[in-house]
Design a protein around this ligand. Structure first.
Ligand SMILES: [Zn+2]
Length: 123
């Protein structure tokens, strides 16, 4: 399937929580948050697989398995998995969250601020 989202993300971070690591099969998930209504499914609406509830879920493509976005914050926002974006967004992750539960085999090598649990953008 395909979605279109406005390049007007409110925040972005790298999440190291166990859920994001498992969902992405990776060390962490770079995600960018935006109001839900600014993301539109433009193709393949029937190909969505939703893990969770209408207002709190991970959404994937049934055909390729790709992790696309999560519906969060009582359904008002989506956290777009930045790896699913075709075009580069303007925003960049500004910090690391849930570093307290990061993978032991991965070392963070950048200078971005690190938080043991959740944190909003330090900016
Ligand atoms: Zn997470």
């Amino acid at each position: 399937m395909r979605y279109v989202v406005r390049d007007a993300f409110r925040y972005a971070a790298n999440c190291h929580c166990s859920g994001c690591r498992a969902a992405t099969g990776s060390a962490f998930k770079p995600f960018a948050g935006i109001e839900r209504e600014k993301l539109e499914i433009t193709q393949g609406l029937d190909d969505l697989v939703i893990f969770g509830e209408e207002d709190a879920n991970d959404t994937r493509c049934r055909l390729c398995g790709s992790f696309l976005f999560s519906v969060v914050r009582s359904g008002e926002y989506v956290h777009v998995a930045m790896g699913s974006l075709v075009d580069a967004p303007t925003i960049r992750p500004t910090h690391h969250i849930f570093v307290g539960s990061k993978a032991a085999w991965f070392d963070i090598t950048d200078e971005l601020p690190q938080f043991d649990e959740h944190a909003v953008s330090p900016a």
